[in-house]
Design a protein around this ligand. Structure first.
Ligand SMILES: Cc1cc2nc3c(=O)[nH]c(=O)nc-3n(C[C@H](O)[C@H](O)[C@H](O)COP(=O)(O)OP(=O)(O)OC[C@H]3O[C@@H](n4cnc5c(N)ncnc54)[C@H](O)[C@@H]3O)c2cc1C
Length: 334
């Protein structure tokens, strides 16, 4: 068994600030909002850690979003994410500065980096959390995540090892407001990296030419499911979406049917969204779908089946054929 650590040596909440092409990923901002609450509850500082090159603008942004301390590593070799480069530099920083809690976004980068860091530090990691809280008595972090296909919410603790690590679902936590001009302490990290340490060589990053879908930023979402009956149905949803300056989305069943790309999928295995208004059109309201949209401001459901579970969480429920109801709404909007 691994030797138990002196837990009192560990302090502060760290947020991994993920950058791509020198832009801070939105989940990094969300984590600063959540990290602030945890740091206040635990009575410690909120810190961010970032790797890359020419990242001064992002460092300023991190302070403006609430980081008290920014640990940074500037090196051309850290411009692009690599498992080896990032886990070595951040792993060394964790050994040296001993954070109590480390949060990463559950993006494909965070989901790759988190487990590597946790194994290297011989500590616990909870993946894809949707809720984090500090236990007022023990000051440990209680990490809640959906398990068994969303049928069970598991709350997991890491009592004897540090740091306590979590990856957190993008789109779940609230973004803090920006405080322009806010500053904090800047700490440069040691970079003990030999070129040979980085075994992955990125030859090219290929982006899909598809229209960028940003469900997490959408204020209004018009989402369709199997009730559309066919792919053509999304054209009707698009007409409504255009009227409302909204974004179209879908259930997994509609994605699996090949009617729309996975990038549009809302739910447990898709994107978690929190728009002001969510239209659920021909969506039954399976738990895995609801998991991704239940925190929307106003939920409007249109469904032919008055017993559909979606009506249990809808603020406005319309029992009817979406092919009649939606054109009527469009007409009403003028
Ligand atoms: C591990 C796992 C992960 C999953 N992840 C996700 C996920 O991320 N997102 C997700 O959405 N699902 C997910 N699912 C699938 C989920 O369980 C459901 O199968 C899916 O959400 C159902 O999609 P739906 O509501 O479009 O289709 P259905 O359940 O078939 O519902 C269609 C609805 O349309 C209504 N309807 C029919 N005709 C009309 C009409 N003309 N007008 C109005 N209403 C009409 C029907 O009454 C019905 O309620 C997951 C499942 C598993 C096991």
């Amino acid at each position: 068994m691994a030797e138990l650590r002196d837990l009192s040596a560990y302090h502060d909440v760290w947020v991994f600030a993920e950058q791509r092409e020198k832009k801070l990923m939105p989940v990094g901002i969300e984590l600063l909002g959540e990290g602030r609450k945890l740091a206040d509850a635990a009575g410690c500082r909120l810190c961010a850690v970032i790797c890359g090159s020419d990242i001064d603008d992002i460092i300023n942004e991190l302070f403006e979003y609430g980081a008290e301390v920014v640990y940074y590593a500037q090196d051309k070799r850290l411009d692009q994410y690599t498992t080896d480069g990032y886990s070595k530099v951040i792993g060394d920083a964790i050994d040296k500065y001993k954070p109590e809690i480390v949060l990463l976004g559950a993006t494909h980068i965070g989901r790759d980096l988190g487990p590597c860091l946790a194994v290297n530090c011989n500590t616990g990691l909870t993946a894809d959390c949707t809720k984090l809280e500090i236990d007022p008595e023990t000051k440990q972090i209680m990490q809640t995540r959906p398990a068994f296909g969303g049928n069970l919410m598991a709350t997991i603790i890491c009592p004897e090892h540090r740091p306590q690590m979590s990856t957190v679902r993008p789109g779940v936590m609230e973004k803090p407001s920006k405080q322009p001009g806010r500053k904090g302490d800047l700490i440069k990290l040691d970079i003990n990296l030999a070129d040979s340490d980085i075994r992955t060589k990125v030859l090219e990053v290929v982006k899909t030419a598809k229209e960028a879908v940003s469900l997490t930023d959408a204020e209004i979402i018009v989402s369709g499911g199997m009730g559309l009956g066919n792919a053509e149905g999304f054209k009707l949803l698009k007409q409504l979406a255009d009227k409302l300056n909204a974004t179209v989305a879908a259930s997994r069943a509609a994605v699996d049917a090949g009617w729309i790309d996975h990038a549009y999928q809302v739910g447990q295995t898709g994107t978690t969204v929190k728009p002001k208004i969510y239209f659920a059109c021909g969506i039954s309201g399976a738990i895995q779908h609801i998991a991704g949209m239940q925190n929307s401001g106003l939920i409007i459901a249109i469904n032919t089946n008055e017993d559909a579970p979606i009506f249990d969480i809808a603020d406005i429920g319309i029992t009817g054929d979406l092919y009649k109801v939606i054109p009527a709404i469009i007409e009403e909007l003028g």
